[in-house]
Write a protein that binds this ligand. Structure first.
Ligand SMILES: Cc1cc2ncn([C@H]3O[C@H](COP(=O)(O)O)[C@@H](O)[C@H]3O)c2cc1C
Ligand SMILES: O=C(O)c1cccnc1
Length: 343
């Protein structure tokens, strides 16, 4: 599979920086809004960037490793939450509606037969992954299919003009898979990578770390990032990884959510590290281990609200701040326009 992503290079970088610096404000005083405005302008290669048809894709999938008792919640919560998304009652429904973000829901591999629904995209690969302490979570063919499915979803959005995209996920057990990917891709230990997820206590976290340790031992010979993703990831993560790689190819701005979405980004980064040029990190999750991911990627997230939900909620909540960055660049007066003395 070819994911051709250009390193970000804009011949307008100096002009964009000049535009930011000559707005009626002390130099640098809009802080991170300035770096966000610069980055999006460079991605779009323009002095007047626009956010078009912002979309969050929520991918749902189940995990065989739930057999190991690594989540306080039962597996059926995955399909039940998909139903909740379809009725509009989940946190991601509320925040995307609040901020005028389109929401797409995708079944990538939930252990349930949904009736066909106009708002549920069927990209089901299987009824959940296999238990990765006993063998690979998915076959390479399944993983490739998920990557392709993700890329295909982004193809459709590109045709509609979408130029900013975020991702969310739902899958009971997926903090264990995300922590396993963190270990395999960065070399960190399960003790550091395993966190509370939906609410494990200390004992539960220690058990989760031991489950991850077994999986890492079993799959330790794997080096190729796609093979690691297939062995330890989930259908929702692989779909998101494929979608991210395609979004970067189309020069979309990619909003990165919490622990699980960042684990999908780690896979994408290992496949093509130019992807980081297109990413904006929306928040720092309270989940143990997200900090390790962010440090590894040298990322500075916009928000730190102790959120640890996933679903893309961090991106949905951060989106208005990204809008503010675009608004100040396009609408604020310069010192010259406003007749304000610069020093
Ligand atoms: C009601 C409910 C709604 C959620 N929305 C997202 N997650 C989040 O929690 C799950 C991962 O945590 P763990 O690895 O501990 O199972 C994922 O589904 C994730 O999206 C939820 C979890 C629950 C219970
Ligand atoms: O940060 C996340 O994405 C997260 C953390 C805990 C549980 N579910 C998701």
């Amino acid at each position: 599979m070819e994911f051709n992503i250009q390193a970000l290079k804009s011949e307008l970088s100096e002009k964009i920086t000049h535009k930011i610096n000559t707005k009626t404000k002390p130099l640098g005083s809009l802080g991170k809004l300035e770096s966000i405005a610069l980055k999006i302008s460079e991605i779009q290669n323009t002095l007047t960037p626009k956010l078009i048809n912002p979309t969050i894709i929520v991918c749902a999938g189940d995990h065989g490793v739930t057999e190991e008792g690594i989540s306080p919640f039962p597996q059926e919560v995955t399909f039940q939450m998909v139903m909740n998304y379809l009725s509009g009652g989940a946190a991601i429904n509320v925040f995307t509606k609040q901020n005028n973000i389109d929401l797409l829901l995708v079944d990538t591999g939930v252990n349930f037969d949904f009736e066909s629904h106009p708002h549920l995209i069927d990209k089901k690969i299987a009824y959940g992954t296999k238990n990765f302490t006993k063998g690979p979570a998915m076959t390479q063919k399944q993983c490739d299919k998920a990557l392709n499915n993700g890329a295909g979803l982004v193809d459709e959005l590109q045709k509609k003009g979408t130029n900013i995209i975020g991702f969310g996920e739902m899958g009971i057990g997926n903090t264990t898979a995300a922590a396993a990917l963190l270990c395999a891709y960065t070399g960190c230990t399960p003790n550091k990578a395993a966190g509370a997820g939906t609410g494990l206590d200390e004992k539960g976290i220690a058990h989760k770390a031991s489950v991850i340790e077994i999986a890492l031992q079993l799959h330790k010979e794997l080096k190729d990032p796609m093979h690691i993703l297939a062995a330890l990831g989930g259908f929702e993560m692989a779909t998101i990884t494929g979608a991210m790689l395609q979004a970067a190819k189309y020069k979309m701005t990619i909003m990165i959510d919490g622990f699980i979405v960042t684990s999908a980004l780690l896979a994408a980064y290992k496949i093509n590290n130019n992807i980081l040029d297109y990413c904006i990190f929306s928040h720092k999750s309270h989940e143990n281990g997200h900090d390790l991911m962010l440090n590894y990627l040298q990322a500075e997230p916009i928000l730190d609200l102790d959120m640890r939900l996933g679903e893309g909620t961090g991106s949905a909540v951060a989106y208005p701040i990204i809008e503010s960055a675009i608004q100040f660049l396009n609408r604020m007066s310069s010192f010259e326009d406003a007749g304000v003395s610069n020093r």
